[in-house]
Write a new protein. Sequence first.
Length: 123
Amino acid sequence: MSSSDYQRMYWSTQHKKKELMKEYESEILTLKRDVDSYRTRLIAMPELQKKVDIYEKRILHGTVSNIGKTRKFGFIDNDEYGSIFFHASECNLPNLGDHNEKKSVSFQLRINGRGMCGVSVVF
C-alpha cells in the first residue's frame, strides 16, 4: 500500500467518526442531562431525609462521643448524620458527666440557628 492509500483510509475513518458523532450527539446530550439530573437528586436526598426526620420527629439512635468541660453540652455520633450537638437541658439526666460518654442514647433532631441539634435525649 502506498502512503496515499493510508491517507485515504485515515480520512475515511475520520469522516465516519464525524458522521457517527453527529448521529449520536443528541443521545449523548440526553444521557448527560439524565446523569446530571440523577446526580442532583442524589445530592438532595440526604437534605430531604433530614427534613422528613425532623418533621416526623423520628427517634434516632447514637452514642455520646464527647461531653464539654462545663458539662452543659455534648455531641452524639449517629451513623446517618455524623456528630450532632445536644444541650444538657434536652437530656433526661439532671447532670452530665464523663461517665455518660460512650453510652447509647435515643434522640430527635431539630434545626436551630446554628444547624442540627439533638433534643429529647434519653440515656
